[in-house]
Design a protein around this ligand. Sequence first.
Ligand SMILES: *[C@@H]1O[C@H](CO)[C@@H](O)[C@H](O)[C@H]1NC(C)=O
Ligand SMILES: *[C@@H]1O[C@H](CO)[C@@H](O)[C@H](O)[C@H]1NC(C)=O
Ligand SMILES: *[C@@H]1O[C@H](CO)[C@@H](O)[C@H](O)[C@H]1NC(C)=O
Ligand SMILES: *[C@@H]1O[C@H](CO)[C@@H](O)[C@H](O)[C@H]1NC(C)=O
Length: 403
Amino acid sequence: MVVFALAVFVTLSSCSLGCSGNKTSAELKMWSVENQSVAVQLAAVFKEMESLRCEQTTLQQQQQQQSALTQMHMRKGQSGGQQEVGTHVLTYGPPDNEGEDDDDLYFSEEDSRRRGDPCFHYTVLDQAWRATNTTTKSKMCDRNVRWKGWYRLFYRGRSIQMPERCVPVDKCGTHSPLWLAGPHPKLRDGIVTRRVCGHWKKKCCAFQSTPIKVKKCRGNYFVYKFTQPSTCYLAYCADINTLVCGRCRRNQSCESRDKINWRCKTKRTRSRKVIFFASFPGQIKGKVNQIKYSKVLVNVGRGFSRRSGKFRAPVKGIYQFFFSTQTANTGQKTDLWLVINNYWVAVSHTHVSRPSSVGSLSTYMTFLRKGALVYVTHNCGRSWANSASTTITFGGSLLAQYK
Ligand SMILES: *[C@@H]1O[C@H](CO)[C@@H](O)[C@H](O)[C@H]1NC(C)=O
Ligand SMILES: *[C@@H]1O[C@H](CO)[C@@H](O)[C@H](O)[C@H]1NC(C)=O
Ligand SMILES: *[C@@H]1O[C@H](CO)[C@@H](O)[C@H](O)[C@H]1NC(C)=O
Ligand SMILES: *[C@@H]1O[C@H](CO)[C@@H](O)[C@H](O)[C@H]1NC(C)=O
C-alpha cells in the first residue's frame, strides 16, 4: 500500500512540474520585453494565463487521485481491523457526504501529511448499541477492548460523534456511559486531548476515565484515539442527535447550543479585503524602473509596500488596478506601464505637442496568483505632480477571491 501511494505522489509532482516549466512566474526574466512590440508583450501575458489554467487542472486531478487513495486506505483497514477489537463486530458503512463535494476544490493539505493523517487512517466503529438512545439489559465494557490507533464512530453506516453532554446511566449499552467532557475541536486545532466522563449515581463525572485524543477532519467528521477506560462497566457513547452532522456540507459546520439539538450551519465566508491607493508626490523624468509611490492614502490588506512602491497579491483572485499621470508640455511621448510578474501589460501613453498638459488614467483587470508582483514603470517622458496634486497615482483592489 505504501509503495502504491508513493508511486501516485511521484506521478503527481512530476505532472505539476511539467505544467509550466517555471513554477513561479516571478522567476521569469526581468525586463525581457523591453523595446518589444505590444504583440510580443501580450503573447507573454497569454502564456502566463495558460500556465495558471494548467495549474488549476493539475490541482483538480490531484484531488481526485487523493479521494481514490482514501477509499483504498479504508478498504485496507477493513481486513486488518477486525481481529484487533476482539469480540466487537465491525461493519463498514459507505463514505458519508457521498457525491456532495465532488466539485469542491480544496488543496490545503500536503500529500506527505495526508499519509500519516488519522483522518484517512481509522477503524470504523459501527455498533448500534453505543447510541445514546439505546437501553439494553446487556452491559458492555470498553476496558476489555484492545484499542489500537484511531476510530471513527458510525451508527448503521452513518457518521456520528460522541456526546458532549452527560448521558443518562444505563444508556449506550453499558452501565456508565462515557461522554466527552469538552467541546469537539475545530479543524485548525488539529489533534487535541479531551477528558472523558462516566455518569453514575447522579454524578455526571463519577468516573474520570483516561483522556482520549480527538481530531476534526474535513467533511465534518471526527476521529478518536480511544483508550481503555479506568474500570468496568464503562463504554464510549455515540450521540444519536449528531447523526444530522454527517449530512452537513463542506462549507457548513455542525452546531448546537444545548449539545442536544444539532444542526448544519453555513459558515460565513469571510472574504479578504485588499484595497490600496498611493501617489508619487514629485516629478518624474525619463526612465524610472519602479515608481516608489511614497504617499500611501489607502492600504487595506497589506498588499502594497510603501518602501518599494510595489504591490504583492496577498491571495489568489481577480484584481483591478489603475494608474495615472499628468504630462506637461514637453513635445515628448510619456509612457507609463503597468508591470505584472515582470510582464508589461498596460500602458498609459500621452503625447503633448503644444503648450498644454494632459492627464491620463489607465485600468487593468486580471487573475493573479498569491504572491504575484505588480508595479508601475516610467518608461519615458515627463510626469508632473507635487505633494498636493495626486496626479501620479497607483491603486487597485481585489474583486473576487479564489480559494
Ligand atoms: C522558464 O524559464 C527559463 C529561464 O529561466 C526560460 O528560458 C523558459 O522559456 C521558461 N519556460 C517557460 C515554459 O516559460
Ligand atoms: C530601447 O529603445 C531606446 C530608444 O527608444 C534605445 O535607446 C535603446 O538602446 C533600446 N534598448 C534596447 C535594449 O534595444
Ligand atoms: C434511536 O434513534 C435512531 C435514529 O433516530 C432510530 O432509528 C432508532 O430506532 C432509535 N432507537 C431506539 C431504541 O429508540
Ligand atoms: C455551499 O456549498 C454548496 C455546494 O456544496 C453550494 O451549493 C452552496 O452555494 C455553498 N454555500 C455557500 C454559502 O458558499
